[in-house]
Ligand binder design. Structure first.
Ligand code: PLP
Length: 441
């Protein structure tokens, strides 16, 4: 892959980026939105389209890293938010809106009796781990190799696992991804190979007396959009029950896959669920949700409340209102439509690869998709392609698609919204076909 797509020309973005790097390290507060040599700056958006600062409109297949399930500026969500803005924006008292959103989540998730809100998925995972530790009196955490659970120290271990660092397949090494995380963090994290039942079981057995929790996605996103095998998730549930380990599902992303989240599809009930993204309707949010028994560690009525869950913006009424409206606009039929759009997206992208005779494949789960170049499809993290060529192709595609009027991530993820139509999906297919065709020439 020698071809490198030129960055899309955006004189105003280039100029803004020059200003940005003078006041922010690297020019921004979000590592995931840095695209060399400069990112495109957004000016406005409507539905599934974003307009940049030079007035160029593109179809948005990122949807703010999946938090916008209805695309941008949904009229019903916006009307509710505007009314809430005029009533009350923030207050050191509870509001009705948080009860309503908590009720909606309890109604959708069979494993959930109680909910506490946070301001991000990272915080939700962090507080879920803290709750598990307080509940169990132990401190070690098991997590899947390569899985992303946000920026909390204990959740970041192994997130950038690569052949240079990953160690033995049956006992992957626990290495922190980021400088600044103390070495002892690695000692308290047991990395398990996702969907490898035998190796996982051996690791859990060996650490059963020190494990507070297993944090696992029913559908792993960053590690390759992999769904947990039914027998794998079921065995994790059994092991947790047998050894008093708290089972935490990270559904920050996967909750968008079904009316009852991915856990509803799997039929496995975790003790705790970390939520975020769509439940805030596009505003900053997270939540820890779970059984009344485990969630009692947050109960302020207890004489010795185990966890003091402070937070100036927890359950902010604007977020709660936007989240509730967003979920109300998601009856089961909305998921069926998103799934159908997902199937169509998989078809058009697969056809575009075949037409260009490019070796690659598309992984899809509901409204989430990912393209891989070379290699073979697999539901094991280490077996999916991770070559430099794959990374270079994904970056090329991201850049070339921007020129074609499509926004995707630099790691070839495509995230759908209810604002999209079949015609938008077909536009992606046609644009991808042109980009793949250019690669061949
Ligand atoms: N967990 C998963 C599975 C995620 O995908 C993310 C974010 O992408 C997080 C946790 C962290 O959420 P946030 O970015 O809101 O902190």
């Amino acid at each position: 892959m020698s071809k490198v797509a030129a960055p899309p020309r955006s004189p105003r973005s280039e100029q803004l980026y020059r200003e940005a790097i003078e006041v922010m390290p690297g020019g921004s507060s979000r590592a995931t939105i840095f695209y060399a040599p400069y990112p495109l700056y957004a000016a406005s958006a409507q539905g599934c389209r974003v307009t940049d600062v030079d007035g160029v409109e593109r179809i948005d297949f990122v949807n703010n890293m999946s938090s916008l399930i209805h695309g941008h500026n949904h009229p019903v969500v916006n009307a509710a938010v505007k009314a809430q803005l005029d009533r009350l924006t923030a207050v050191a008292m509870p509001t009705e809106s948080e009860i309503a959103l908590a009720q909606e989540l309890c109604q959708r998730l069979a494993s959930v009796d109680r909910v506490v809100f946070t301001n991000s998925g990272t915080e939700a995972v962090m507080m879920a781990i803290r709750a598990a530790r307080a509940y169990s009196g132990r401190s070690a955490v098991a997590k899947a190799e390569g899985a992303y659970h946000g920026a909390y120290d204990f959740a970041e271990v192994s997130v950038n696992s690569s052949p240079e660092t990953w160690g033995r397949a049956e006992a992957p090494s626990a290495v922190s991804a980021t400088e600044g995380i103390p070495g002892y963090v690695n000692e308290d994290v047991i990395v398990i190979p996702y969907n490898d039942l035998e190796a996982t079981e051996a690791l859990i057995e060996a650490n059963r007396d020190r494990l507070a929790c297993i944090v696992i996605d029913p559908v792993v996103s960053r590690a390759g959009l992999i769904r947990g095998r039914p027998e794998y998730l079921a065995r994790l549930r059994e092991l947790c029950d047998a050894y008093g380990i708290v089972l935490i599902f990270d559904e920050v992303l996967s909750f968008r896959l079904g009316y009852n989240g991915a856990q509803g599809q799997s039929g496995i009930r975790p003790d705790l669920t970390a939520l975020g993204k769509i439940i805030g309707g596009g505003f900053p949010v997270g939540a820890v949700a779970g059984s009344a028994k485990v969630m009692s560690v947050f109960d302020v009525r207890m004489p010795h409340v185990k966890i003091h869950h402070g937070g100036t913006y927890n359950a902010n009424p604007i977020t709660m209102t936007a989240g509730l409206k967003t979920l109300e606009l998601l009856p089961p039929a909305a998921y069926a439509r998103l799934d159908a759009l997902g199937c169509r997206t998989k078809t058009v992208l697969t056809e575009a690869l075949a037409e260009a005779k490019l070796h690659g494949f598309v992984r899809a789960d509901g409204s989430l998709l990912s393209i891989f170049f070379g290699g073979q499809d697999s539901d094991r993290f280490r077996e999916l392609p991770r070559s430099d060529r794959q990374t270079a192709m994904q970056r090329y595609l991201h850049s070339a698609l921007l020129d074609e009027g499509i926004i995707s991530t630099p790691f070839s993820a495509f995230i759908l919204s209810t604002a999209m139509t079949e015609a938008d999906i077909d536009s992606l297919g046609e644009a991808a076909a042109r980009c793949f065709g250019a690669l061949k020439r």
